[in-house]
Design a protein around this ligand. Structure first.
Ligand code: ATP
Length: 595
């Protein structure tokens, strides 16, 4: 999917293959559901058949004793048919529901593993619309459309068989409608499919636009883009509206064709029935039963055909979900998901971090890292400094396995690691700290599910957050994040540092974790960060040079290249780029000398 700006959509063959595999994996449940469906359809045919017998007996002036059993059969068959059809609907819905749940889980799991750059490129709106509206379309099909279609199909087949059983000519007359139904469907499907795909595409584009504008609402306000953005959203909504109207127009024309098929089918049965009765080849009851059987099919066949479009929409949605679920774990960068050298399979025994000859570019843009090599010995603390745009955050993201280098390797204890393996050893804290909505203690437990309250309190205490956390209205159970108690940036970053302690990685990467807190908050956060990373191999992107001064070694990056590295004192004495940055920082920060 490299180079594409939308998530992939699975082809028809791949989608069928997925469906077959899933059904095979659930063969017991699917076979049982199909059997119950056949029983339901057979029982539903019986009353119409029995009605024919009843008509003949009444015509022959049969005694009540010959009529009552038929009435009993009709009632019993109706009850059995109703119960079996309802059960089959439930069973089919259950099988489909489980399949969808698994697929949705797989899609979300794959999406969460997408490289950050890929996710940025494709936009979150497309992904959101797949796991929400696409999954909803499939869910609806799974619980109502597909069970209805299966029972309608079975009923249709058994009804024609029953008509043919009474007299083959009646069966043939009923079958006259089949080619007309098929012709209607063949007229409709090729026209509807692209329209549904276009509709889903337009809806996805529209939600993408909405998400973008909501996320960037501050920028929209700042540049007074409200009117222009509203116009764009309006245009996109009109496009969705127009496509939906054209879909509906097509659908009504389709309904006309269905009615025509019903008319010809019923007319053929009535005419053939009349001729057969007149020639004595069939009874009035049989002809009446055939007409009732056929009329009884109007609803299920209509349902079958009318819901075909929903099935098509669901199929389009299914292809969109399977497309994401099928993505290779590290798609977008390396289809194999292996590390570039193919050697990242060993388990490292140690915590030394080494980046060797790393090159990187964002999506075909200019190269932003030109062969950078950095070594952080086990337990050491290395600070990365440099001017804005030098490539520090990019390098940190590569070291953490969030981005995959174009060439070069990242090793832990001398063993090259693919990005997804790297994430098992390395944890990163970036400036964009997210507080998940829910009780604060659960936010922390995301880092270590089931962590006892004591350990959580210890982690909070280590980063200096226990006092304010326990002072919250409901202590650690206070609901924080969106819609809950609002935390300051510094508090959110302390939570992230506490999570780091709970994750307990051998290697920690801090990317500007203290940059946004203001100088007073920054000092506290520096202490929290030092506590959280104590004993770990640490790479810090240091905008505040106090962090660089406290590190074991400093690496200076400029324009994607290392221009200097060494100890703080050594670099200051050398009078190079670092000394220049340090002097400028000291001048700006009067208290810096007291680091
Ligand atoms: N998502 C992205 N897409 C395209 N280019 C990017 C992206 N992120 C960063 N860049 C570019 O890559 C280069 C390195 O950026 P990076 O953020 O790594 O630098 P930095 O040293 O961390 O800067 P700062 O200190 O301002 O955060 C810059 O030229 C930047 O414009």
């Amino acid at each position: 999917m490299t180079g594409s700006d939308r998530l992939p959509i699975a082809g028809a063959r791949r989608t069928w293959a997925w469906l077959r595999l899933e059904l095979r994996a659930r063969w017991l449940g699917s076979t049982f559901a199909a059997l119950v469906g056949v029983v339901g359809a057979a029982a539903s045919v019986v009353p119409a058949y029995a009605l024919g017998v009843l008509v003949d007996r009444v015509k022959e002036n049969a005694p009540v004793s010959a009529i009552v059993p038929i009435a009993v059969v009709i009632v019993a068959a109706a009850v059995v048919g109703g119960v079996a059809t309802g059960t089959a609907t439930y069973l089919v819905g259950r099988v489909c529901g489980h399949m969808l749940a698994d697929l949705r889980e797989r899609t979300v799991a794959r999406a969460l593993r997408l490289p950050a750059t890929t996710l940025e490129r494709i936009g979150k709106g497309d992904l959101l619309s797949r796991v929400s509206s696409d999954a909803a379309a499939i869910g609806k099909a799974a619980t109502s459309v597909i069970p209805t279609m299966i029972s309608a199909f079975l009923l249709g087949v058994l009804s024609i068989a029953a008509m043919a059983g009474m007299d083959w000519r009646l069966g043939l007359a009923g079958a006259v409608a089949v080619p007309l139904y098929v012709a209607a469907l063949r007229w409709y499907l090729p026209r509807a499919a692209p329209k549904y795909a276009a509709e889903r595409h337009a809806v996805a584009g529209n939600s993408q636009l909405l998400v973008e504008n909501m996320q960037g609402v501050r920028t929209v306000h700042a540049y007074r883009l409200e009117q222009r953005r509203l116009r764009d959203i309006g245009d996109a909504s009109y496009q969705v509206h127009d496509i939906s109207v054209s879909v509906f127009t097509l659908f009504t024309r389709f309904v006309g064709r269905i009615n025509r098929a019903e008319f010809f089918g019923l007319a053929a049965i009535l005419v053939v029935g009349f001729l057969l009765v007149r020639s004595g080849a069939a009874t009035v009851g049989q002809s009446a039963a055939a007409a009732v059987l056929f009329h009884r099919l109007f609803n299920p066949i209509g349902m079958l055909l009318f819901t075909f479009d929903e099935l098509q929409a669901a199929a389009a949605s299914l292809a969109r979900l399977v497309g994401v679920a099928d993505l290779a774990p590290d798609c977008g960068d390396d289809p194999d998901g292996d590390d570039p050298d193919g050697d990242g399979v060993g388990e490292p025994a140690g915590a030394a971090l080494e980046l060797r000859d790393v090159r990187f570019r964002y999506d075909g843009g200019p190269e932003v890292l030109h062969g950078v090599s950095i070594s952080v010995p086990a337990g050491a603390r290395v600070a990365l400094v440099g001017s804005t745009g030098a490539g520090k955050s990019t390098l940190a993201a590569i070291a953490a396995g969030i981005l995959r280098p174009e060439t070069g390797t990242v090793s832990v204890a001398g063993v090259a690691q693919a990005p997804d393996r790297l994430r098992a050893h390395v944890a990163i804290i970036t400036q964009e700290v997210h507080v998940f909505a829910g009780p604060l203690i659960e936010d922390l437990r995301l880092a270590r599910p089931g962590a006892p309250a004591g350990e959580i309190a210890a982690a909070l205490s280590a980063v200096g957050a226990l006092d304010w956390a326990t002072a919250l209205p409901a202590g650690l159970d206070t609901v924080v994040g969106e819609g809950g108690h609002e935390l300051t940036t510094a508090q959110a970053q302390q939570l992230a540092l506490a999570r780091l302690i709970l994750v307990d990685p051998a290697i920690a990467i801090l990317d500007e974790a203290t940059a946004e807190a203001g100088s007073l908050g920054a000092r506290t956060l520096e202490e929290s960060a030092a506590a959280a990373t104590r004993g770990r191999t640490t790479l810090i992107v240091a905008h505040r040079l106090a962090q660089a001064a406290a590190a074991d070694r400093v690496v200076v990056l400029e324009h994607g290249r290392i221009v200097e590295q060494g100890g703080h004192e050594e670099l200051v004495a050398a009078g190079g780029r670092y000394a220049q940055l340090w002097r400028a920082w000291e001048a700006r920060t009067p208290t810096s000398s007291s680091r």
